[in-house]
Design a protein around this ligand. Sequence first.
Ligand code: HSE
Length: 402
Amino acid sequence: MIQIAVIGYGTVGSGVVEVIGRNHDEISKKAGEEIYVKYILDLRDFPGDPYEDRVIHDVAAIMEDPEIKIICETMGGIRPAYDFTKQALLQGKSVCTSNKELVATHGPELIRIATENKCNYLFEASVGGGIPIIRPLNYSLTAEKIDSIVGILNGTTNFILSKMETEGADFAEVLKEAQDNGFAERNPEADVEGHDACRKIAILSSLMTGKNVRYEDIYTEGITGITAVDFRYAKSMDMTIKLLAVSVMLADRLYAYVAPFMIGRDHPLYFVHDVFNAVYVHGNMLGDSMYYGRGAGKLPTASAVVSDVVDCARHLGKTIMCFWDSENVQLAPVDERIGRFFVRVAASAGVSKRAAERFGDITVISPQAEDEFAFLCGPVSEAEFAAKAAGLDGLISRIRLN
Ligand code: HSE
Protein backbone atom coordinates (compact mmCIF):
# COMPACT_ATOMS: atom_id res chain seq x y z
CA MET A 1 0.00 0.00 0.00
CA ILE A 2 1.22 3.52 -0.81
CA GLN A 3 -0.02 6.15 1.61
CA ILE A 4 -0.57 9.67 0.40
CA ALA A 5 -1.70 13.02 1.77
CA VAL A 6 -3.79 15.71 0.12
CA ILE A 7 -3.04 19.25 1.19
CA GLY A 8 -5.87 21.68 0.41
CA TYR A 9 -9.39 20.17 0.47
CA GLY A 10 -11.05 22.64 -1.90
CA THR A 11 -12.45 21.91 -5.34
CA VAL A 12 -9.42 20.10 -6.77
CA GLY A 13 -8.31 18.47 -3.48
CA SER A 14 -11.75 16.98 -2.83
CA GLY A 15 -11.77 15.90 -6.49
CA VAL A 16 -8.49 14.03 -5.95
CA VAL A 17 -9.97 12.12 -3.00
CA GLU A 18 -13.13 11.41 -5.02
CA VAL A 19 -11.20 10.16 -8.08
CA ILE A 20 -9.06 7.86 -5.89
CA GLY A 21 -12.21 6.58 -4.15
CA ARG A 22 -14.32 6.03 -7.26
CA ASN A 23 -11.57 4.54 -9.46
CA HIS A 24 -9.83 2.77 -6.59
CA ASP A 25 -9.30 -0.60 -8.29
CA GLU A 26 -8.22 0.83 -11.66
CA ILE A 27 -5.79 3.25 -10.03
CA SER A 28 -4.32 0.69 -7.63
CA LYS A 29 -3.84 -1.77 -10.50
CA LYS A 30 -2.08 0.83 -12.64
CA ALA A 31 0.05 2.09 -9.73
CA GLY A 32 1.07 -1.48 -8.88
CA GLU A 33 -0.06 -1.03 -5.27
CA GLU A 34 -3.10 0.26 -3.45
CA ILE A 35 -3.18 4.05 -3.16
CA TYR A 36 -4.58 5.10 0.21
CA VAL A 37 -5.37 8.68 1.29
CA LYS A 38 -4.13 8.80 4.89
CA TYR A 39 -4.37 12.54 5.58
CA ILE A 40 -6.26 15.52 4.25
CA LEU A 41 -4.82 18.84 5.38
CA ASP A 42 -7.05 21.88 5.56
CA LEU A 43 -7.70 24.76 7.93
CA ARG A 44 -11.39 23.84 8.01
CA ASP A 45 -13.31 20.87 9.42
CA PHE A 46 -15.70 18.95 7.20
CA PRO A 47 -18.43 17.50 9.43
CA GLY A 48 -20.42 14.85 7.57
CA ASP A 49 -17.81 14.42 4.83
CA PRO A 50 -17.08 10.71 4.14
CA TYR A 51 -13.37 11.44 4.71
CA GLU A 52 -13.95 13.61 7.79
CA ASP A 53 -11.81 11.34 9.98
CA ARG A 54 -8.72 11.90 7.81
CA VAL A 55 -8.85 15.71 8.01
CA ILE A 56 -5.98 17.24 9.98
CA HIS A 57 -4.84 20.82 10.56
CA ASP A 58 -1.13 20.44 11.27
CA VAL A 59 1.19 19.84 8.32
CA ALA A 60 3.85 18.41 10.66
CA ALA A 61 1.87 15.17 10.97
CA ILE A 62 2.33 14.63 7.23
CA MET A 63 5.95 15.72 7.06
CA GLU A 64 6.94 13.59 10.05
CA ASP A 65 5.12 10.45 8.89
CA PRO A 66 7.60 8.17 7.08
CA GLU A 67 4.68 6.21 5.59
CA ILE A 68 3.64 9.19 3.48
CA LYS A 69 5.43 8.86 0.16
CA ILE A 70 3.37 11.16 -2.05
CA ILE A 71 1.63 14.48 -1.41
CA CYS A 72 -0.98 16.14 -3.61
CA GLU A 73 -0.64 19.90 -3.28
CA THR A 74 -3.99 21.37 -4.26
CA MET A 75 -3.86 24.52 -2.13
CA GLY A 76 -3.04 27.02 -4.87
CA GLY A 77 -1.09 30.24 -4.38
CA ILE A 78 2.56 30.62 -3.49
CA ARG A 79 2.56 30.57 0.29
CA PRO A 80 2.40 28.30 2.20
CA ALA A 81 2.28 25.87 -0.76
CA TYR A 82 5.93 26.63 -1.64
CA ASP A 83 7.20 25.95 1.91
CA PHE A 84 5.20 22.73 2.25
CA THR A 85 6.34 21.48 -1.18
CA LYS A 86 9.99 22.24 -0.50
CA GLN A 87 9.85 20.61 2.93
CA ALA A 88 8.24 17.48 1.47
CA LEU A 89 10.71 17.17 -1.43
CA LEU A 90 13.69 17.66 0.89
CA GLN A 91 12.45 14.60 2.78
CA GLY A 92 12.13 12.56 -0.39
CA LYS A 93 8.34 12.76 -0.55
CA SER A 94 7.05 13.28 -4.09
CA VAL A 95 4.64 16.14 -4.74
CA CYS A 96 1.91 16.26 -7.42
CA THR A 97 0.30 19.63 -7.99
CA SER A 98 -2.33 21.59 -9.88
CA ASN A 99 -0.78 24.87 -8.71
CA LYS A 100 0.28 26.69 -11.91
CA GLU A 101 1.29 29.82 -10.02
CA LEU A 102 3.79 27.88 -7.91
CA VAL A 103 5.07 25.82 -10.85
CA ALA A 104 5.52 28.93 -13.03
CA THR A 105 7.31 30.78 -10.21
CA HIS A 106 9.48 28.09 -8.59
CA GLY A 107 9.38 25.17 -11.07
CA PRO A 108 13.13 24.76 -11.75
CA GLU A 109 14.10 24.99 -8.08
CA LEU A 110 11.48 22.44 -6.98
CA ILE A 111 12.40 20.05 -9.81
CA ARG A 112 16.06 20.30 -8.80
CA ILE A 113 15.26 19.60 -5.14
CA ALA A 114 13.17 16.59 -6.20
CA THR A 115 16.05 15.26 -8.31
CA GLU A 116 18.54 15.72 -5.46
CA ASN A 117 16.24 13.80 -3.13
CA LYS A 118 15.30 10.98 -5.54
CA CYS A 119 11.64 11.88 -5.69
CA ASN A 120 9.37 13.78 -8.11
CA TYR A 121 7.68 17.11 -8.53
CA LEU A 122 4.94 16.52 -11.12
CA PHE A 123 2.47 19.09 -12.43
CA GLU A 124 0.28 17.63 -15.18
CA ALA A 125 -2.80 19.41 -13.80
CA SER A 126 -1.17 22.84 -13.80
CA VAL A 127 -1.83 23.42 -17.52
CA GLY A 128 -4.97 22.47 -19.43
CA GLY A 129 -6.72 20.87 -16.41
CA GLY A 130 -7.43 17.27 -17.41
CA ILE A 131 -5.75 17.45 -20.82
CA PRO A 132 -2.52 15.48 -20.99
CA ILE A 133 0.01 18.07 -22.16
CA ILE A 134 2.90 18.07 -19.67
CA ARG A 135 3.46 14.33 -20.10
CA PRO A 136 3.35 14.50 -23.94
CA LEU A 137 5.92 17.32 -23.89
CA ASN A 138 8.08 15.53 -21.33
CA TYR A 139 7.82 11.90 -22.53
CA SER A 140 6.12 11.51 -25.89
CA LEU A 141 7.63 14.29 -27.98
CA THR A 142 11.21 13.79 -26.87
CA ALA A 143 12.37 13.10 -30.44
CA GLU A 144 11.05 16.49 -31.54
CA LYS A 145 12.45 19.94 -31.71
CA ILE A 146 9.27 21.81 -30.80
CA ASP A 147 9.09 25.17 -32.52
CA SER A 148 5.64 26.37 -31.62
CA ILE A 149 2.92 25.97 -29.01
CA VAL A 150 -0.36 27.84 -29.39
CA GLY A 151 -3.02 27.26 -26.79
CA ILE A 152 -6.43 28.18 -25.54
CA LEU A 153 -5.39 27.72 -21.94
CA ASN A 154 -8.10 29.42 -19.94
CA GLY A 155 -11.58 27.91 -19.66
CA THR A 156 -13.27 30.97 -18.15
CA THR A 157 -12.29 33.35 -20.94
CA ASN A 158 -13.05 30.79 -23.63
CA PHE A 159 -16.51 30.33 -22.11
CA ILE A 160 -17.04 34.12 -22.08
CA LEU A 161 -15.83 34.59 -25.66
CA SER A 162 -17.93 31.66 -26.90
CA LYS A 163 -21.05 33.16 -25.27
CA MET A 164 -20.28 36.61 -26.67
CA GLU A 165 -20.07 35.03 -30.09
CA THR A 166 -23.26 32.98 -29.94
CA GLU A 167 -25.41 35.46 -28.00
CA GLY A 168 -24.10 38.72 -29.45
CA ALA A 169 -23.69 39.92 -25.86
CA ASP A 170 -21.10 42.27 -24.40
CA PHE A 171 -18.22 41.21 -22.13
CA ALA A 172 -19.61 42.57 -18.85
CA GLU A 173 -23.01 40.94 -19.42
CA VAL A 174 -21.54 37.49 -20.10
CA LEU A 175 -19.05 37.76 -17.24
CA LYS A 176 -21.90 38.42 -14.83
CA GLU A 177 -23.85 35.44 -16.20
CA ALA A 178 -20.74 33.23 -15.90
CA GLN A 179 -20.23 34.36 -12.28
CA ASP A 180 -23.90 33.76 -11.42
CA ASN A 181 -23.59 30.22 -12.81
CA GLY A 182 -20.35 29.58 -10.94
CA PHE A 183 -18.23 29.28 -14.12
CA ALA A 184 -16.21 32.39 -13.37
CA GLU A 185 -14.57 33.42 -10.10
CA ARG A 186 -16.06 36.33 -8.12
CA ASN A 187 -12.65 37.93 -8.60
CA PRO A 188 -12.08 37.07 -12.26
CA GLU A 189 -9.04 39.30 -12.83
CA ALA A 190 -6.47 36.49 -13.18
CA ASP A 191 -8.59 34.89 -15.89
CA VAL A 192 -9.94 37.86 -17.85
CA GLU A 193 -6.69 39.85 -17.76
CA GLY A 194 -4.80 36.84 -19.14
CA HIS A 195 -2.56 36.24 -16.08
CA ASP A 196 -3.68 32.61 -15.70
CA ALA A 197 -2.98 31.81 -19.37
CA CYS A 198 0.35 33.65 -19.03
CA ARG A 199 1.53 31.35 -16.23
CA LYS A 200 0.43 28.31 -18.20
CA ILE A 201 2.25 29.31 -21.39
CA ALA A 202 5.34 30.11 -19.27
CA ILE A 203 5.29 26.49 -18.04
CA LEU A 204 4.82 25.07 -21.55
CA SER A 205 7.51 27.38 -22.97
CA SER A 206 9.94 26.23 -20.29
CA LEU A 207 9.33 22.60 -21.19
CA MET A 208 9.64 23.47 -24.88
CA THR A 209 13.04 25.12 -24.42
CA GLY A 210 14.32 23.14 -21.41
CA LYS A 211 15.18 26.50 -19.83
CA ASN A 212 13.23 28.88 -17.63
CA VAL A 213 10.73 31.21 -19.28
CA ARG A 214 9.75 33.78 -16.70
CA TYR A 215 6.02 34.57 -16.75
CA GLU A 216 6.88 38.17 -15.84
CA ASP A 217 8.61 38.52 -19.24
CA ILE A 218 5.59 37.42 -21.27
CA TYR A 219 3.53 40.18 -22.91
CA THR A 220 -0.03 39.68 -21.66
CA GLU A 221 -3.28 41.26 -22.78
CA GLY A 222 -6.70 40.04 -21.60
CA ILE A 223 -10.19 40.10 -23.09
CA THR A 224 -11.80 42.97 -21.21
CA GLY A 225 -11.60 45.26 -24.26
CA ILE A 226 -13.39 42.84 -26.60
CA THR A 227 -16.93 43.91 -27.51
CA ALA A 228 -20.04 42.55 -29.21
CA VAL A 229 -19.25 44.80 -32.19
CA ASP A 230 -15.81 43.15 -32.54
CA PHE A 231 -17.59 39.81 -32.81
CA ARG A 232 -19.91 41.24 -35.50
CA TYR A 233 -16.82 42.16 -37.52
CA ALA A 234 -15.25 38.75 -36.88
CA LYS A 235 -18.42 37.00 -38.04
CA SER A 236 -18.60 39.14 -41.18
CA MET A 237 -15.12 37.81 -42.05
CA ASP A 238 -16.02 34.20 -41.09
CA MET A 239 -13.69 34.46 -38.12
CA THR A 240 -13.93 34.31 -34.34
CA ILE A 241 -11.98 35.83 -31.43
CA LYS A 242 -9.94 33.66 -29.04
CA LEU A 243 -7.54 34.39 -26.21
CA LEU A 244 -4.38 32.70 -27.49
CA ALA A 245 -1.27 31.89 -25.48
CA VAL A 246 1.59 31.64 -27.94
CA SER A 247 5.18 30.48 -27.74
CA VAL A 248 6.98 30.38 -31.05
CA MET A 249 10.62 29.96 -32.01
CA LEU A 250 11.64 32.11 -34.98
CA ALA A 251 15.25 32.28 -36.15
CA ASP A 252 16.41 30.84 -32.79
CA ARG A 253 14.55 33.49 -30.80
CA LEU A 254 11.54 32.72 -28.63
CA TYR A 255 8.47 34.95 -28.83
CA ALA A 256 5.89 34.39 -26.10
CA TYR A 257 2.69 36.35 -25.58
CA VAL A 258 -0.95 36.13 -24.54
CA ALA A 259 -3.56 38.22 -26.35
CA PRO A 260 -6.95 38.04 -28.07
CA PHE A 261 -6.64 37.08 -31.73
CA MET A 262 -9.08 36.87 -34.64
CA ILE A 263 -8.79 33.42 -36.18
CA GLY A 264 -10.48 31.86 -39.20
CA ARG A 265 -12.15 28.48 -39.70
CA ASP A 266 -8.92 27.08 -41.09
CA HIS A 267 -7.24 27.51 -37.68
CA PRO A 268 -7.34 24.32 -35.57
CA LEU A 269 -8.35 26.31 -32.47
CA TYR A 270 -11.41 27.88 -34.19
CA PHE A 271 -13.69 25.05 -33.03
CA VAL A 272 -12.59 25.01 -29.38
CA HIS A 273 -15.65 26.32 -27.57
CA ASP A 274 -16.94 26.97 -24.05
CA VAL A 275 -14.74 25.87 -21.13
CA PHE A 276 -12.70 23.55 -23.32
CA ASN A 277 -8.97 24.12 -23.75
CA ALA A 278 -6.67 22.97 -26.53
CA VAL A 279 -2.95 23.05 -27.13
CA TYR A 280 -1.64 23.01 -30.69
CA VAL A 281 1.98 21.92 -30.87
CA HIS A 282 4.32 21.90 -33.87
CA GLY A 283 7.42 19.72 -33.90
CA ASN A 284 10.04 19.58 -36.65
CA MET A 285 9.55 15.86 -37.34
CA LEU A 286 5.95 15.15 -36.32
CA GLY A 287 4.50 18.38 -37.68
CA ASP A 288 1.22 19.39 -36.03
CA SER A 289 -0.43 17.68 -33.08
CA MET A 290 -3.26 18.89 -30.88
CA TYR A 291 -4.37 18.12 -27.33
CA TYR A 292 -7.99 18.93 -26.47
CA GLY A 293 -10.26 18.51 -23.48
CA ARG A 294 -11.64 19.98 -20.28
CA GLY A 295 -9.19 22.63 -19.17
CA ALA A 296 -10.77 23.26 -15.79
CA GLY A 297 -13.20 21.74 -13.30
CA LYS A 298 -13.01 19.49 -10.27
CA LEU A 299 -12.83 15.96 -11.67
CA PRO A 300 -10.86 16.62 -14.91
CA THR A 301 -8.18 18.53 -12.97
CA ALA A 302 -8.18 15.98 -10.14
CA SER A 303 -7.80 13.17 -12.68
CA ALA A 304 -4.58 14.78 -13.93
CA VAL A 305 -3.25 15.11 -10.35
CA VAL A 306 -4.02 11.44 -9.70
CA SER A 307 -2.29 10.42 -12.94
CA ASP A 308 0.82 12.04 -11.45
CA VAL A 309 0.29 10.08 -8.20
CA VAL A 310 0.30 6.88 -10.26
CA ASP A 311 3.50 7.99 -12.01
CA CYS A 312 5.14 8.74 -8.65
CA ALA A 313 4.01 5.36 -7.30
CA ARG A 314 5.61 3.64 -10.28
CA HIS A 315 8.86 5.53 -9.69
CA LEU A 316 9.34 5.47 -5.91
CA GLY A 317 12.98 6.25 -5.12
CA LYS A 318 13.64 7.39 -8.71
CA THR A 319 13.30 10.72 -10.42
CA ILE A 320 11.51 10.98 -13.75
CA MET A 321 13.67 13.21 -15.94
CA CYS A 322 12.28 16.65 -16.67
CA PHE A 323 14.26 19.22 -18.64
CA TRP A 324 13.60 22.60 -17.07
CA ASP A 325 16.82 24.36 -16.22
CA SER A 326 16.97 27.46 -14.02
CA GLU A 327 18.76 29.50 -16.74
CA ASN A 328 16.35 32.22 -17.87
CA VAL A 329 15.41 32.48 -21.54
CA GLN A 330 15.87 35.91 -23.05
CA LEU A 331 12.59 36.39 -24.92
CA ALA A 332 12.52 38.31 -28.19
CA PRO A 333 10.87 41.72 -27.60
CA VAL A 334 7.19 41.50 -28.50
CA ASP A 335 7.59 44.82 -30.36
CA GLU A 336 9.41 42.81 -33.02
CA ARG A 337 6.54 40.37 -33.56
CA ILE A 338 5.24 40.67 -37.09
CA GLY A 339 1.59 40.12 -37.85
CA ARG A 340 -1.64 41.44 -39.35
CA PHE A 341 -4.14 43.61 -37.51
CA PHE A 342 -7.85 44.34 -37.69
CA VAL A 343 -8.48 48.03 -36.97
CA ARG A 344 -11.62 50.08 -36.19
CA VAL A 345 -11.55 53.88 -36.42
CA ALA A 346 -14.21 56.60 -36.29
CA ALA A 347 -15.45 57.42 -39.78
CA SER A 348 -14.35 60.84 -41.07
CA ALA A 349 -13.67 62.45 -44.43
CA GLY A 350 -10.51 60.99 -45.99
CA VAL A 351 -10.04 58.27 -43.31
CA SER A 352 -9.58 55.54 -45.92
CA LYS A 353 -6.85 57.54 -47.67
CA ARG A 354 -5.08 58.30 -44.38
CA ALA A 355 -5.18 54.64 -43.32
CA ALA A 356 -3.76 53.57 -46.69
CA GLU A 357 -1.03 56.24 -46.50
CA ARG A 358 0.03 54.91 -43.12
CA PHE A 359 -0.34 51.17 -43.56
CA GLY A 360 0.13 50.68 -47.31
CA ASP A 361 -2.12 47.95 -48.66
CA ILE A 362 -5.26 47.78 -46.53
CA THR A 363 -8.37 45.63 -46.92
CA VAL A 364 -11.52 47.61 -46.12
CA ILE A 365 -14.14 45.71 -44.08
CA SER A 366 -17.86 46.59 -44.25
CA PRO A 367 -18.76 48.63 -41.17
CA GLN A 368 -20.71 46.75 -38.51
CA ALA A 369 -21.47 49.87 -36.45
CA GLU A 370 -22.52 53.38 -37.34
CA ASP A 371 -19.88 55.99 -38.15
CA GLU A 372 -17.01 53.51 -38.27
CA PHE A 373 -14.32 52.63 -40.76
CA ALA A 374 -12.66 49.21 -40.41
CA PHE A 375 -9.76 47.63 -42.22
CA LEU A 376 -7.11 44.91 -42.14
CA CYS A 377 -3.45 45.79 -42.43
CA GLY A 378 -0.02 44.22 -42.25
CA PRO A 379 2.10 42.23 -42.00
CA VAL A 380 3.73 44.83 -39.82
CA SER A 381 5.77 44.74 -36.60
CA GLU A 382 4.02 45.52 -33.32
CA ALA A 383 6.22 48.58 -32.83
CA GLU A 384 5.55 49.91 -36.32
CA PHE A 385 1.82 49.26 -35.95
CA ALA A 386 1.69 51.08 -32.60
CA ALA A 387 3.55 54.09 -34.01
CA LYS A 388 1.34 54.32 -37.09
CA ALA A 389 -1.91 53.68 -35.21
CA ALA A 390 -1.04 56.39 -32.66
CA GLY A 391 -1.27 59.01 -35.38
CA LEU A 392 -4.55 57.68 -36.75
CA ASP A 393 -7.39 59.96 -35.55
CA GLY A 394 -10.30 58.24 -33.82
CA LEU A 395 -8.79 54.79 -33.23
CA ILE A 396 -11.49 52.65 -31.59
CA SER A 397 -9.75 49.32 -31.27
CA ARG A 398 -7.40 46.83 -32.85
CA ILE A 399 -7.21 43.06 -32.70
CA ARG A 400 -4.38 40.89 -33.94
CA LEU A 401 -5.02 38.36 -36.69
CA ASN A 402 -3.62 34.85 -36.75
N1 HSE B 1 -9.42 29.63 -13.84
C1 HSE B 1 -8.85 28.60 -14.66
C2 HSE B 1 -9.57 28.56 -16.01
C3 HSE B 1 -8.94 27.27 -13.95
O1 HSE B 1 -10.62 29.20 -16.14
O2 HSE B 1 -9.10 27.93 -16.93
C4 HSE B 1 -8.03 26.22 -14.49
O3 HSE B 1 -6.68 26.54 -14.35
